[in-house]
Ligand binder design. Structure first.
Ligand SMILES: Cc1cc2nc3c(=O)[nH]c(=O)nc-3n(C[C@H](O)[C@H](O)[C@H](O)COP(=O)(O)O)c2cc1C
Length: 215
């Protein structure tokens, strides 16, 4: 396959400093709302890049479950298995970068920062809100990213946990939320002739600083 002749011109919108807020959250909020209005499928799905002690970056998609602004802080919340590859990376190096790409909007957002485990009570509340089959699947996926002999083994485990727990499935201690505390957020708006707009917000002395960077 050779895509070297495939070219799109991005002409849907622009991102000009004068029209951007002083802090990143309102712009992110607006872009998510725009993506929902455009019926982008799961615009809150994001790639999360981590890098553990082996110095090999790895990336996968997860669902952002919440984005919160508190004072000048912006937090992203996602849930996963703490023993997974990403969980092990984060235990060794608690930093990550999250990436949203909304092709229909010709937009990309990169959010990086330090990561910490979410309070257990918040993980409990979220776990309890999930459909019971998802709760059971969290128990089956132990450890997530570990090798399993077959699909049948997974399905057998699912039924065993169903029998064990009945209607109340507790949150496994190896499953819960992470909080990414943003210290850099970049908004990318595709423009014609590869003259794209890139506006980056960086935390400096606890305050957001806004800069345009070259495409
Ligand atoms: C659209 C989509 C959403 C996903 N959401 C999650 C999620 O919220 N949490 C999660 O642990 N894995 C999620 N996954 C699965 C991950 O991409 C990945 O396979 C899994 O977390 C194991 O990653 P790891 O081995 O790098 O730890 C999702 C995958 C896709 C394609």
């Amino acid at each position: 396959m050779d895509f070297s002749a495939s070219r799109q011109s991005y002409e849907k919108d622009e991102l000009i400093e004068q029209n951007t807020p002083n802090t990143p959250y309102p712009l992110f909020d607006q872009w998510i709302k725009d993506a929902l209005a455009e019926k982008v499928k799961e615009p809150y799905a994001m790639s999360v890049a981590t890098c553990g002690a082996d110095n090999r970056p790895s990336v996968r998609t997860v669902l952002m479950r919440e984005v919160v602004e508190r004072g000048d802080e912006v937090f992203l919340v996602f849930y996963t298995n703490y023993d997974s590859d990403k969980g092990q990376d984060l235990a060794q190096n608690p930093h990550a970068e999250c990436l949203f790409f909304w092709a229909d909007m010709e937009r990309q957002v990169r959010i990086s920062g330090a990561v910490q485990k979410l309070d257990e009570e918040l993980s409990d509340t979220y776990f309890a809100s999930r459909p019971i089959d998802s709760q059971l699947a969290a128990w089956v996926s132990r450890p997530q990213s570990g090798v399993v002999d077959s699909r049948e083994v997974m399905e057998g485990d699912f039924v065993n946990y169903q029998t064990q727990f009945g209607t109340h499935v507790p949150r496994p201690e190896f499953w819960g939320g992470y909080l990414l505390i943003a210290d850099k957020i970049e908004f990318w708006q595709g423009r014609a002739n590869r003259m794209h707009d890139r506006i980056v917000y960086k935390k400096e002395n606890e305050k957001w600083v806004r800069e345009r960077i070259l495409p």
